[in-house]
Design a protein around this ligand. Structure first.
Ligand code: CO
Length: 134
């Protein structure tokens, strides 16, 4: 079911400060900030040769990462995203296996303009997993 690792995401309290660090300290290539109101986050992608790091900052007052940042005020690893060929087939199979899909269970359009879903971290050893159809 799982394809490539698309990205690892880090929730950050201050996106501009994080961008600066990645650009100036690590010398990384960082994409322009993208506001995703439907997901309650603003994101950038740090591009490296074999994958990406997503830096997430809360957007709006109902951001799903607000509670995470309250518990981790200096930021922290938030999720990893695996690629799948068919997100509906993947979702249906996971649900049959008792995995909880977050939200209403229907894919939303993610930062790359492609459908994404999140799986309950309690079903995967405390790790939040995002699936993206590529
Ligand atoms: Co992501």
């Amino acid at each position: 079911m799982l394809g490539r690792l698309n990205h690892v995401a880090i929730a950050v309290p201050d996106l501009q400060a994080a961008i600066k660090k990645y650009k100036l300290v690590l010398g990384a290539k960082v994409s322009a900030p993208q506001a995703l109101p439907e997901h309650g986050v603003t994101v950038v992608f740090v591009e490296v040769e074999n994958t990406k790091t997503e830096l997430l900052e809360p957007l709006g007052d109902k951001s799903p990462i607000a509670a995470f940042l309250e518990n981790n005020p200096s930021g922290g690893m938030h999720h990893m995203c695996y690629e799948v060929d068919d997100i509906i087939a993947a979702r249906d199979r996971l649900k049959e296996d008792g995995v909880r899909v977050l939200g209403d269970g229907d894919p939303k359009i993610g930062a790359h303009g492609k459908p994404v879903l999140f799986l309950h971290p309690k079903d995967f050893d405390g790790a939040l997993i995002e699936l993206e159809q590529v």
